[in-house]
Design a protein around this ligand. Structure first.
Ligand code: ATP
Ligand code: MG
Length: 231
């Protein structure tokens, strides 16, 4: 479904991502792992169009994405849940969700909203609450729900459990599993490496801008993981 080939991204003189290639097939959950500054967020942002790639190609179902603006990429079926959630704090839960749905014309908004509320019943209860007053975990549910409102084929998530309590980490990861089982293809960056490996169809490990390991999660023993992370 998603094919990334030879992707490179620079911030001015800093080469953050170098010649990165990977793919995500229909129905898979693929995780990008790696230590701080490895280039994971940059890779995700280049796929969803939040930052320009300097070279390489990104295609979804054969369509070239790099030529398209981020809004047009949403129409291609990509939704991005950014690092740090970024919900609109002064707006209600409902308003945040509505914003996620309006970018794609012709969607049956009520039906999609119902599906999101079924996945996150708490959001239904809190639909009129100001989003900034939600807990971190609840805001993460909202950020994921908002992305699902565009009915993406590919859901991109950057550190969905960052800063959450261990119990809430488990809740969010279980929801991500549910979303995948309902048929949405997922590309995520997750710092809980063991959880990500357990859940993923395949993982890629990045270090200093490049991919240093690719494979099924069960090929990654704790020793290999340590070596990959620590170099
Ligand atoms: N806006 C920016 N301007 C300049 N350099 C940046 C910018 N954003 C990221 N970088 C640099 O690009 C490199 C990759 O950063 P990136 O955020 O992609 O890493 P990451 O793997 O997501 O790390 P983390 O696990 O800490 O989130 C780092 O060296 C970082 O300092
Ligand atoms: Mg990051």
């Amino acid at each position: 479904m998603l094919k990334v080939s030879g992707l490179s991204v620079a911030y001015g003189p800093i080469q953050a991502v170098r010649d990165v290639s990977f793919e995500v097939r229909q129905g898979e959950l693929v995780s990008l792992l790696g230590s701080n500054g490895a280039g994971k967020s940059t890779t995700l942002r280049a796929v969803s169009g939040l930052i320009r790639a300097s070279s390489g190609s990104v295609t979804i179902e054969g369509r070239n994405l790099l030529a398209l603006a981020p809004s047009a990429r949403v129409s291609c079926g990509i939704a991005h849940v950014p690092e740090g959630r970024r919900v609109f704090a002064s707006m209600s839960v409902f308003e945040n969700l509505a914003l996620g749905g309006y970018t794609v014309p012709g969607l049956a908004m009520e039906e999609t909203l119902g599906a999101v509320f079924d996945l996150f019943p708490l959001l239904r209860e809190r639909r009129n609450q100001t989003s900034g007053t939600l807990s971190g975990g609840e805001q993460q549910m909202l950020a994921i729900g908002r992305a699902l409102m565009s009915r993406p084929k590919l859901l991109i998530m950057d550190e969905p459990t960052m800063g959450l309590s261990p119990k809430m980490v488990d809740v969010i990861l279980a929801k991500i599993d549910d979303i995948r089982r309902q048929g949405t293809t997922i590309l995520m960056v997750e710092q809980n490496a063991m959880d990500a490996i357990r859940m993923s169809s395949r993982v890629y490990v990045m270090r200093t801008g490049g991919i240093v390991f690719e494979g099924a999660g069960d090929a990654l023993t704790p020793d290999i993981i340590k070596a990959l992370y620590l170099g």
